[in-house]
Design a protein around this ligand. Sequence first.
Ligand code: GDP
Length: 318
Amino acid sequence: MTSALITGITGQDGGYLAEHLLADGTTVHGLVRPGEQVPEPLAALDVALHVVDLADDDALRGALRDSGAHEVYNLAGISSVALSWQEPALTAEVNGTLVARLLQLVWEEQERTGSALRFVQASSAEIFAGTTTSPQDESTPLSPRSPYGASKAFAHHLVQVFRERGLHASNAILYNHESPRRPTAFVTRKITSTVAAISEGRADALVLGNLDARRDWGWAPEYVDALVRMARAAAPDDFVVATGQSHTVEDFVAAAFARVGIEDWQRYVSTDPAFVRPVDAVELVGDATRARQVLGWAPQVQFTEVVGRMVDADLAAG
Ligand code: GDP
């Protein structure tokens, strides 16, 4: 029986990954921080939760041993670029230093037990934020432009270093991936929840930052499948996980309003410099050829469908 340990299990991807692994018969363990709220979809699952302070190496080591994990998925982290500008040191610690400690603990556990462990890191398209190359692939030089991107770039290199050392460690270079479980700190869910509220007369304005930024938005449940394929691949590597299509924030806004039948959406939308980032990636779009060829992974849910499903979920939640 395969056993997996997920850090960051309470997040969007953690929940979907737990569901995905349970469905294929994997035993799932997850790390939860002391005092952390376990969200509803996760609380209903047959998952062993370990309450661990991520700053405590002994507790981390204990959870790793107790879980008997064959696969470790590191999804813990500050996931918001916007928040990383307010908390750069915390971002460096959680997205950077924690990965160094985790990799070392996984390495030591592998040495202790004599059996191979597999490590998958949630890397990010934000490591390419300053690039002029489009689309980006695994060979694109790293050029982070935010504290978030810099911390993810450091972790990305560390995973490569431990791979050289002999650990089956892969980087999933995840492009934006969305779902109804996205917090409203992200622009997609902010848009869909507000558009749903506007269509039901509960709100009358959508205030945003940069409408021209282009992102490659995919469907989160499909992205966790790529993580599992990486853990189980013959060889570890770096893999771009993306749809290959980019759209502007404005495209997302228009598609969300279209879903609720509002064509003259401009009258509801305004911009506020408070939501504009100090530095922002202009266009992020990924070439997932390697994931398709090596892992057999290809996304099915495209942009309009991602927007539509999120709007529908927000309408249903009322
Ligand atoms: P990110 O790509 O991981 O930073 O995901 P976000 O959903 O937070 O942001 C995606 C893009 O939307 C970025 O280029 C933001 O600058 C842009 N954006 C425009 N208005 C907003 C807003 O009101 N909130 C957020 N979070 N992003 C916004």
